[in-house]
Design a protein around this ligand. Structure first.
Ligand code: G6P
Length: 616
């Protein structure tokens, strides 16, 4: 949540920062702002609304500075107002600052600063940071201005409780930025004669692919010519410069109307990338390079715990089904936000997995830390390389699906489904799954990208259905077993991007409550597999039909649905149980997407949401 960009170099900072903010806007879009430094003067522009609005309003403003910071906000403390937008400038005009995170003890710091004569323009927790840095800066012995600046930030952060990614400028230090992080992501880009700071790499890959992933508790001091990293305890840190593999085209829209559309259609390639090199030579099982846990130790695990939020939590539910079914090991799935406070009794030989596209979701990170504190190993499935969760995990698997920019997860979700299915295979083959069953399973997984390609051809049909159904205000999504989490995902997708109320339910459970909602005004989307559950799901459909509910059936090709039972039938390819949730997800994504487009919603930036939820 909230996007941070900083620049020091020879170019006009404001243009580069605004460009970076556009790429980070999916992190928050309540307001945006930029400040640059010319001599000791801050040039500041900030306003509510989108970055495009800020760009328009700054076009006539002279911001010649080559050092600057910018921010796109997802409001926590303080409403969506121009005054609450970042950057914030200290009341003595010495310090400008942007912040991502929450300062929990801001009230007591504010009280103290008021007694020292500092004043406040906003209702934010952030503003206290700028004023506290200014306070320490005034008190700091006058060595060099630069070290005085860094030390005042360091002293401030020692007093702060909460989370932060910050970038700070000081009026006395025209070509310097000090930045620091704790619990909020921050990356330093090392370019050709310039440096950039950003919350994630998409803001900087157009200028450099060399990055330093800052760690919690680290402070970076950047000047026009160099940078140095130290800790809150003043210890020097030797920087490690990594190379980012994402390309700038990956973060661009191309010919698509929205990133969500682009990412839905990228799924075949994304699945191929997620599975590449991850099958054994004999083609009977999966292999993962980074688990850091031996097969012997893996064999001892008597329970898996999966922790995640949002769509990733739905992916965990599918993994639970497949692992229990194919590997016969019990699995617990928890919302990360609940697990961290629940104090669940845990068995001795449990192993934890966290799933998180961004690797920055604060609840998932905190839940992971809680499991580690209790002495458990935690493996992580993440898409963003170098993210906080990936770094703190004991081992893990990268998704390799490229940047996901649309706020509603699509390609990252189906990649998580695939990796969960591969894990079920990996553990299954260590236990009772035969070589031949393993070979069939691998064959099925390898065929998933083509099945998804084929399913994407249904887009025109789903567009037509979306046109007919976009005016409804309530939807049910119903499925059983591994398709129940797909129903949850379908409902989530629809509500988050179209603002239509939708509920996902196990199909049979529907008669214990949601059936009360059924009328001609509340359509149901059924996920219908052929095979043993077919008749059961058809019975649930009959119950809806008897109450005049409209039915959209997403059914596999062999399903012989009674004539006239469903109002709309979308036929998806027959597939292996491990692949079915992936294939069945595609039509629910397309349906939600086209309904949202039909309603003229801001698909990639739905109201109130943010891509990466880095506050509790
Ligand atoms: C936000 C996003 C969701 C995502 C969830 C978890 O709510 O809008 O699409 O599923 O966070 O994100 P993560 O990065 O941990 O997978």
């Amino acid at each position: 949540m909230c996007g941070i960009v900083g620049y020091i170099g020879k170019q006009k900072a404001s243009a580069i920062i605004l460009e970076g903010l556009k790429r980070l806007e999916y992190r928050g879009y309540d307001s945006a702002g930029v400040a640059t430094l010319t001599g000791s003067r801050f040039d500041l522009a900030k306003k509510i609304g989108r970055v495009a609005g800020l760009i328009k309003s700054t076009s006539a403003q002279k911001m010649p500075g080559t050092t600057g910071i910018g921010h796109t906000r997802w409001a926590t403390h303080g409403g969506v107002t121009d005054a609450n937008a970042h950057p914030h400038i200290s009341s003595d005009q010495k310090i400008a600052l942007i912040h991502n995170g929450v300062i929990e003890n801001y009230a007591s710091i504010k009280k103290f600063l008021l007694t020292k004569g500092y004043t406040f323009q906003s209702e934010t927790d952030t503003e206290v940071l700028g004023n506290l840095i200014a306070y320490h800066y005034q008190k700091e012995p006058a060595t060099s201005e630069g070290s005085r600046f860094v030390e005042s930030v360091r002293k401030t952060l020692r007093h702060v409780e909460g989370t932060y990614g910050i970038a700070v400028m000081c009026g006395d230090c025209p070509a310097e930025i000090v930045a620091a992080r704790k619990g909020s992501p921050l990356i330093l880009g090392v370019g050709d004669g310039e440096y950039m700071l950003a919350s994630d790499v998409s803001a900087i890959i157009s200028r450099t692919q060399n990055v330093v992933y800052l760690k919690d508790g680290e402070i970076v001091h950047i000047t026009a010519k160099s940078f140095s990293i130290s800790t809150l305890d003043s210890e020097d840190v030797s920087p490690v410069i990594d190379k980012v593999t994402w390309r700038i085209e990956d973060a661009e829209l191309g010919t698509h109307a929205h990133f969500m559309e682009k990412e839905i259609f990228e799924q075949p390639a994304a699945l191929e990338n997620s599975m590449r090199g991850r099958f054994s030579e004999d083609g009977s099982t999966a292999q993962f390079g980074g688990l850091n846990i031996s097969a012997v130790d893996f064999r001892q695990i008597d329970r898996f715990h999966f922790l995640a939020c949002g769509s990733a939590w739905h992916a965990c539910l599918v993994a639970e089904h497949l692992i229990e079914r194919f590997a016969r090991v019990p699995v617990e799935v928890d919302y990360a936000s609940e697990f961290r406070y629940r104090n669940t009794p845990l068995s001795k030989n449990a192993l934890f997995f966290t799933l998180s596209q961004s690797g920055e979701t604060i609840d998932t990170l905190a839940a992971m830390r809680e499991a580690k504190r209790k002495g458990y190993k935690v493996l992580a499935v993440n898409n963003v390389v170098g993210s906080s969760i990936a770094r703190e995990a004991d081992g893990g698997v990268y998704q390799h699906v490229g940047p996901e920019i649309g706020v509603a997860s699509t390609k990252a979700f189906t990649s998580q489904l695939l990796l969960g299915a591969m894990l079920a295979l990996y553990v299954g083959r260590m236990r009772d799954m035969s070589f031949n069953d393993g070979v069939d399973y691998v064959h099925a997984l390898k065929g998933a990208p083509d099945l998804v390609r084929k399913t994407l051809e249904l887009a025109p049909q789903l567009k037509g259905i979306a046109k007919r159904y976009a005016h409804y205000h309530d939807f049910l999504f119903l499925g059983r077993l591994s398709l129940f989490p797909v129903a949850l995902e379908g409902a989530l997708k629809l509500k988050e991007i179209s603002y239509i109320h939708a509920e996902g339910y196990p199909a049979a459970e529907m008669k214990h409550g949601p059936i009360a909602l059924i009328s001609e005004q509340c359509p149901s989307v059924f996920l219908v597999p052929s095979g043993e559950m077919f008749n059961k799901v058809v019975s649930s459909m009959q119950e809806i039909k008897a109450r005049k509910g409209k039915i959209i059936a997403i059914a596999t090709e062999k399903c012989d649905l009674p004539a006239g039972l469903a109002d709309e039938v979308i036929l998806i390819p027959e597939c292996h149980e491990a692949v079915l949730p992936i294939v069945a997800t595609v039509p629910v994504q397309l349906l939600s997407y086209y309904i949202a487009v039909e309603l003229n919603r801001d698909v990639d930036k739905p109201r109130n949401l943010a891509k990466s939820v880095t506050v509790e």
